[in-house]
Design a protein around this ligand. Structure first.
Ligand code: HEC
Length: 157
């Protein structure tokens, strides 16, 4: 009947999605199900901790201003992502940023960090990265966040 044929078509699709279950976000199940620690992400202390780790581990490629223009970045193809790009920030979300940092670029030059950094340290980086572009509401209420510093609120600490 029709059933076996349909299964034959759908099964490879499920595997192509990267796990036994297909996820709308395209993330592997283990990252899809991870809890986003919203309170920690909003904490200025955690955001500052992320900034410290960023400067130790990420600045060489992503740059002093997180705009992808680090001293090592110029030689890389693709180049390091401009983390201050509001279009990129709007396209992504906390889980994707966590996933990108933990797993790296899979053959692209972005290294995986899950063996080096703890989950808490990776979340602090996510928290910091999210401060680099002020959300529209916050920007309207706090013009300084969208002002001269590329680093936004965290950069002014
Ligand atoms: C060796 C250079 C290098 C270092 C060090 C590095 N990155 Fe990257 N990063 C890259 C490159 C190159 C890309 C672009 C990869 C791509 O386009 O797929 C990237 C992409 C990213 C992205 C975007 C991924 C996406 O899916 O959109 C994030 C977020 C990121 N890096 C965060 C970090 C953080 C945080 C650190 C420090 C813990 C770090 N990177 C260290 C080179 C680096």
């Amino acid at each position: 009947m029709h059933r076996p044929a349909l299964t034959a078509v759908l099964l490879p699709l499920a595997f192509a999605a990267g796990s036994c279950r297909a996820h709308e976000s395209g993330l592997p199940a283990v990252y899809e199900e991870i809890q986003v620690p919203a309170r920690e992400l909003a904490s200025p202390d955690i955001q500052r901790q992320g900034r410290v780790i960023y400067r130790e581990r990420c600045l060489a490629c992503h740059g002093e201003h997180a705009d992808g223009k680090g001293s090592l970045g110029g030689a890389l193809r693709p180049p390091p992502t401009d983390l201050t790009d509001s279009a990129w920030q709007a396209r992504t979300d906390e889980r994707h940023v966590y996933y990108a940092i933990a797993e790296g670029g899979h053959g692209k030059p972005m290294p995986p960090w899950k063996a080096t950094l703890s989950p808490g340290e990776i979340w602090s980086l996510v928290a910091y990265i999210r401060t680099l572009v002020a959300p529209p509401a916050a920007a309207a209420g706090a013009p300084a966040a969208a002002g001269t510093s590329h680093l936004g609120r965290a950069g002014q600490q």
